[in-house]
Design a protein around this ligand. Structure first.
Ligand code: SME
Length: 160
């Protein structure tokens, strides 16, 4: 059984703890679907004020295709360059959107989503996919979230 532990009040310490928990979950396992599924479930338990967290992965045709996630059923395919996910994939850099209604081309999978962060997963220079997190609140993700979620993604990539 796995318990998601959290400190109260210190976001930085909490992110360090969640990275340790990720390591515990995935360090001994090579299956990508298993590791991505547990990573999505862990973030879903750990992050408050979110309504969707999961992965889009580069498919054989070069598009992003839906991977393991937690939340409402979502759009299955996103071309690189389209929406927030496709933009992060194209630029190979994190895109943090304070208000999705102000992002031209935002793809609304869940009408509740108001802000979003998308972190590309790049291993040895190759784009594997993106980590996408949506919130029902505007301006949910700040620089600390970005920094710590990028560290989370780096740790995850080592096990993909
Ligand atoms: N909003 C994303 C699409 C994926 S859903 O949020 C799960 C986008 O604009 O790329």
């Amino acid at each position: 059984m796995f318990n998601v532990e959290m400190y109260t009040g210190n976001r930085e310490k909490n992110y360090e703890l969640v990275k340790k928990q990720l390591h515990a979950l995935i360090h001994d396992e090579k299956n990508h679907i298993a590791n991505l599924s547990n990573a999505a479930a862990l973030l879903n338990q750990f992050l408050d004020r979110i309504n969707w967290v999961g992965f889009y992965l580069i498919d054989s045709n070069g598009e992003l295709v839906l991977g393991p996630f937690q939340g409402l059923p979502a759009c299955v395919r996103i071309p690189v360059g389209k929406g927030v996910c496709g933009t992060a994939a194209l630029k190979q850099e994190t895109v943090r959107v304070l208000d999705v209604n102000q992002f031209p081309g935002h793809i609304a999978c869940d009408a509740a989503s108001q802000s979003e962060i998308v972190i590309p997963l790049v291993k040895d220079g190759q784009l594997l996919g993106v980590l996408d997190i949506d919130s029902p609140e505007t301006n949910r993700f700040d620089e600390l979230d970005q920094q710590k979620l990028e560290e989370f993604a780096t740790l995850l990539i080592e096990h993909l």
